[in-house]
Write a protein that binds this ligand. Sequence first.
Ligand code: ZN
Length: 136
Amino acid sequence: MSGEPQHTPATPTLLLRGLRLRCPACGQAEIFRGRFTMHEACPHCGRRFERGPGYLLGSIYFNYSVTALLVVVIYFSLFYADWLGDTQLLVLSALVALLFPVWFFRYARALWIAFDEHWDPWPNEEEKRQIERDSE
Ligand SMILES: [Zn+2]
């Protein structure tokens, strides 16, 4: 592939690339080609974004964790501020719990991929062998 990175980027760089929805390896290309659809691999460096079956399930943990934290903070902040009635507070919390993960979906995936790049940079040994087999 063209601009294959020489080393794993530093953690803050990976985090920023994730927040910008960019390839964690090169930072040059976007991970998504639509609202919910991803490129299979980076158009710039070839880094695969889905490395195997179930690989992206980890992003659900990110999405769930951030959503749960946000709902708890919003709920208790407004509960103790006493600005809303119980029903309004419940409806608002439910709306945040339903809508925020949809908006955060792309960020959760991009951050998951960046997190993975930190711990298991692409291509690992098995992926290098697969690339060699595919090119033969
Ligand atoms: Zn890339």
